[in-house]
Design a protein around this ligand. Structure first.
Ligand SMILES: Cc1cc2nc3c(=O)[nH]c(=O)nc-3n(C[C@H](O)[C@H](O)[C@H](O)COP(=O)(O)OP(=O)(O)OC[C@H]3O[C@@H](n4cnc5c(N)ncnc54)[C@H](O)[C@@H]3O)c2cc1C
Length: 447
């Protein structure tokens, strides 16, 4: 039984570091510059075997295990136990005949998009190609094509998992299908996923991007967009974000220091039909910047223009059962023109259609019954401890009538949010996940 860090280091191909050692700070760093992990040991795993050794070591020492790929999901710092970083497990292999990809735990969406593009194949990814594939899928994954193609996790067809007992378990439709069900969006904490297999789709054309509206038109644009979503074409996915761009030189001059509404649009088809579908949105108010056009899937980052990090980041999300003009009024009171809250951005994404349909074999993802996502973002670290959680509580309190009872792993409340942790998809899903956790992580290393 390996119980000393030096014994563990001898078994691991990648680095094994403790606080103060050269390379430790770089190894634990990730997207969120405001979160600094300080685990007792960090293991830079470069293979499934490294992960097995790390988990067995933690089990023998009775310490907890956390896992980080890119750090896009890091909300609180890891202060104890062992952190496994997966960025070295970065295999991306496309099987053109099967229209599938095998992807390592440390790979980001950008690598899968790039590997599929020469073959006319694309993954159902998120808004930011720098997000990690596995972390995104474990929370469901709501991307620019959510309404036409569903959750990213609907495309997960297999995985390799190192369980809380340090065993390697493979899952697919035929092999341990209950694990596949849980990994499809259930954030199940059964262990560390070291590899996934995904279905890819053909995406020969994409008409996508954003329309930006000035502060004076935010109210009209938000109200018109919400009304438009009630009859939106089933093939189109849109979202609206009210963003306060900081007055910094790093921000492009047309955006610098302004509050704008960004209406994001994605239609997986040709430009003629895309422009026809977008025409009503171009007419809802005078468009300040029109950045909506045909684009290759490789440019998917241009739809949302998310930060690539490292940046200080605070976010808190929820699922909405519906949205209407009263919802718009409530939201505008907090983040509309002239308001002075602490939020860098507030975003509403339209769901439905493909996100409402479960996959063959089922999935644990939360939000099939929801019609929108809602999220608030902060970027000023001095606000993170109390200002943002307090302001978030006021906004969410006012929006309570529109919240869905379902919760989604990637749009969950911030751990510091002043509201109780939401349950997952349904009580039945939660109960099944608890049962799986008992089986695969009996010592609760991943709690
Ligand atoms: C800029 C930005 C844009 C985003 N856009 C979207 C979006 O469009 N749609 C959407 O749905 N979400 C989006 N997200 C949320 C994101 O998908 C989640 O935060 C996701 O968990 C990030 O995964 P990661 O691996 O990149 O991050 P990490 O912080 O490395 O991982 C997050 C968590 O995932 C789990 N995890 C990661 N790897 C493994 C593994 N190998 N085995 C087991 N558990 C693991 C762990 O619990 C870990 O704490 C966005 C986040 C950011 C910051």
């Amino acid at each position: 039984m390996t119980t000393s860090v030096s014994e563990l280091a001898a078994l691991i191909a990648g680095p094994v570091l403790t606080p103060g050692q050269p390379g430790y700070d770089e190894e634990v760093a990730g997207f969120n510059a405001a979160v600094r992990h300080r685990p007792e040991v960090v293991v830079g795993a470069s293979s499934t075997e490294d992960v097995v050794q790390a988990v067995r070591f933690a089990r023998a020492r009775g310490c907890r295990v956390a896992v980080q790929s890119t750090g896009h999901g890091a909300h609180l710092s890891v202060e104890t136990g062992l952190l496994v970083t997966t960025r070295r497990i970065d295999l991306v292999q496309v099987d053109v005949a099967a229209r599938a990809a095998t992807v390592g735990a440390g790979a980001r969406w950008a690598a899968v998009v790039a590997a599929g593009a020469p073959h006319g194949l694309a993954p159902i990814a998120g808004s930011a190609p720098s997000v990690g594939v596995v972390g995104f899928l474990l929370g469901g994954g709501i991307g620019p094509l959510a309404r036409s193609h569903g959750f990213g996790s609907d495309y997960l067809v297999g995985a390799t998992l190192v369980t809380g007992t340090g065993d390697i378990v493979r899952t697919s439709a035929d092999d341990n299908p209950d694990i596949l069900w849980a990994l499809r969006g259930g954030k199940p904490r059964l262990g560390i996923v070291t590899e996934v297999r995904l279905r890819l789709v053909e995406l020969p054309a994409l008409y996508a991007g954003s329309l930006l509206f000035e502060e004076t038109h935010i109210e009209a644009a938000l109200r018109a967009w919400i009304a438009w979503t009630a009859q939106a074409d089933t093939r189109v996915t849109t979202s609206a974000a009210i963003v306060r761009f900081p007055p910094l030189d790093s921000v492009p001059p047309p955006l610098r220091g302004r509050r704008l509404l960004a209406l994001r649009f994605a239609y997986p088809g040709d430009a003629t039909e895309g422009a026809r579908l977008a025409a009503p949105l171009r007419a809802i108010a005078p468009v300040y910047l029109d950045m909506l056009d045909a684009m290759p899937i490789a440019d998917v980052a241009r739809i949302f223009n998310d930060p690539t990090g490292p940046v200080p980041a605070w976010s808190s999300g929820a699922m909405l059962a519906r949205a209407d003009q009263d919802f718009a009024s409530a939201l505008l009171r907090h983040v509309g023109a002239g308001t002075d809250g602490p939020f860098r951005a507030a975003e509403v994404r339209h769901l439905g259609e493909a996100t409402a349909r479960d996959v063959v074999g089922g999935s644990a993802v939360g939000g099939r019954g929801a019609l929108y996502t809602f999220a608030l973002f902060g970027a000023n670290p001095t606000d993170f401890a109390t200002v943002l959680p307090d302001a978030e509580a006021r906004v969410v309190g006012d929006l309570a009538g529109w919240l869905s009872p379902e919760s989604n792993g990637n749009f969950a409340p911030h751990p510091s949010a002043r509201r109780p942790g939401s349950p997952g998809a349904t009580p039945a899903v939660d109960a099944k996940l608890v049962d799986l956790r008992r089986r695969y992580d009996p010592d609760r290393l991943f709690d």
